[in-house]
Design a protein around this ligand. Structure first.
Ligand code: SF4
Ligand code: SF4
Length: 376
C-alpha cells in the first residue's frame, strides 16, 4: 500500500482568501481548548535534506505531496527535493499563482497538480481576490503548453455563495479552461464563531443538497450518453466503494492512517491542518519509520453513526477539535448523508451500464489519498 506524505514547505501564503485569512481575522478568539500548540514553527523547512532523504529511503514507494501555505513560495526547496529525494510519485497542492516560476522539467514530473479554483471567474475572485482566476488560468494554459500530461484537479472550496451544480458544470465545460477532474471541500467546522455569522443551514438544505442530487444525475447521464465516468471525486470515491462491495471505508482523506504531514521542523502530524498540535505529534523524520507510524482512529459521533462505514468519518481534525456545536455539525453530516444517498440511488443505473459494457468498473479507479478528501 502506498504511503502519502504532505510536505509542508512553508506556513506562508500569498493570498488572503475569505474562508481562510478572512475567517481568521473575524474569528480571532478561536482557540484550541486544552490542546498545546506550537505557534513558533519555522516559516520554511528547517530540517536537512539528508534527513528527509533517509526517512523516504525507508519507504521507496512513498508519495510526496508539496503543500503549504503556498508551496510554490519555495521553488528552490521543491527542486532540491525532487532532485535528491526518491519517491514513487510527486504531487502538489497549490493556489496556482506561481506555477510559472517552476521550470517545466519539474512541473512535468508531477503525477497530479491540485489547483485551487472555486468555479467561474466571478466566484473564484469573490472568494480568493480580484485577478486570481485570470492568473491561475493563464498558468494552467502555460503548463499544458509546456507539456504537463499529469492529472489536473480543480479543487474547489465551497460555501454559501456556491451554487454547486452550476459551478461544477462550468468547471467541466467552459470557454476558458475545462477541467476533467474536480473535487470540492466544504468550509465547515473549522472556526469557532462563523456558524452564527453565516447562513449555512439554509444554503446546505436549499442549495447544496439539491444541487448534489442533480449533479449525481448529470454524472450518470454522462456515463449513459458518452460512456465517460467523469472524475468528480466525491462521487467517484463513494460509487467505487459501493459498486465494489467494500465493507468499510477508513477515513477517506487518509489522514492519520495512510496520509501524514511533515511540518517545516520535521515533526510528523496526521494531516496538514493539524500542524503545531503537539498532542498529535507522531514522531520526527530523523527517527521515525514511515511504515510504522501510529494509526489514529476517530471518536464519537462518527463511531456511533449509521453511515460511518461509507462516510469513513469525513475529517479527523473536525472530529478532534469540535469547533461547531453538535447541532451545527449535524447539518454537515446531513450533507454527507444526502451525498451517499444520491449516489446509492443511482447504483442500479450504473450497474446496468457496466453490465451492458457502456462503462467498466475500472473507470471508477483513481489514485486514492491524492489530496482529495472524497467526503466534502
Ligand atoms: S456522517 Fe458525520 S457523524 Fe457520520 S461518520 Fe460521517 S462525519 Fe461522522
Ligand atoms: S479532511 Fe480533515 S483530517 Fe483529512 S486532511 Fe482534511 S483537515 Fe485533515
Amino acid at each position: 500500500m502506498l504511503m502519502f506524505f504532505h510536505l509542508i514547505l512553508t506556513n506562508e501564503c500569498n493570498l488572503q482568501c475569505r474562508y481562510c485569512y478572512g475567517e481568521a481575522v473575524d474569528d480571532v478568539d478561536t482557540g484550541f481548548q486544552d490542546f498545546e500548540i506550537d505557534y513558533s514553527l519555522p516559516k520554511k523547512i528547517s530540517y536537512d535534506m539528508d534527513v528527509l532523504k533517509k526517512f523516504c529511503s525507508l519507504d521507496s514507494d512513498c508519495v510526496l505531496s508539496f503543500y503549504g501555505g503556498e508551496p510554490l513560495l519555495c521553488v528552490e526547496e521543491i527542486k532540491q527535493i525532487m532532485d535528491n529525494v526518491k519517491a514513487r510519485l510527486y504531487l502538489i497542492q497549490t493556489n496556482g499563482l506561481l506555477l510559472d516560476r517552476l521550470e517545466s522539467d519539474y512541473v512535468n514530473r508531477f503525477h497530479t497538480v491540485l489547483v485551487s479554483v472555486d468555479g467561474d471567474e466571478a466566484l473564484t475572485d469573490f472568494y480568493r481576490g480580484k485577478g486570481t482566476f485570470r492568473k491561475v488560468i493563464d498558468n494552467l494554459k502555460l503548463i499544458k503548453r509546456n507539456g504537463f500530461k499529469g492529472e489536473l484537479i480543480a479543487r474547489m472550496t465551497v460555501m454559501e455563495q456556491t451554487d454547486i451544480y452550476k459551478q461544477v458544470r462550468w468547471l467541466l465545460d467552459n470557454d476558458e479552461f475545462s477541467f476533467s477532474s474536480v473535487h470540492w471541500q466544504m468550509n465547515a467546522g473549522f472556526w469557532e464563531n462563523d456558524f452564527k455569522r453565516r447562513n449555512f443551514q439554509e444554503w446546505s438544505e436549499r442549495s447544496y443538497n439539491p444541487g448534489i442530487r442533480n449533479l449525481v444525475k448529470f454524472w450518470v447521464d454522462c456515463m449513459k450518453e458518452a460512456g465517460i465516468v467523469l472524475k468528480l471525486y466525491p462521487f467517484l470515491g463513494i460509487a467505487q466503494s459501493l459498486l465494489s462491495g467494500e465493507e468499510r471505508s477508513l477515513l477517506r482523506c487518509g489522514g492519520g492512517w495512510i496520509n501524514y504531514a511533515v511540518q517545516t521542523d520535521g515533526f510528523i502530524v496526521p494531516c496538514p491542518t493539524m500542524w503545531g498540535m503537539k498532542d498529535y505529534y507522531l514522531g520526527h523524520i530523523s527517527s521515525a519509520n514511515p511504515l510504522k507510524l501510529k494509526r489514529l482512529a476517530l471518536n464519537s459521533p462518527c463511531t456511533e453513526c449509521d453511515v460511518f462505514d461509507v462516510c469513513g468519518g469525513r475529517c479527523l481534525y473536525a472530529n478532534v477539535i469540535r469547533r461547531w456545536s453538535s447541532e451545527a455539525y449535524g447539518l454537515v453530516c446531513g450533507t454527507v448523508r444526502n451525498l451517499i444517498d444520491a449516489v446509492a440511488k443511482e447504483l442500479p443505473r450504473m450497474r446496468l451500464l457496466i453490465k451492458n459494457g457502456k462503462i467498466g468498473l475500472k473507470d471508477f479507479d483513481f489514485l486514492k489519498y491524492n489530496g482529495c478528501e472524497i467526503i466534502p
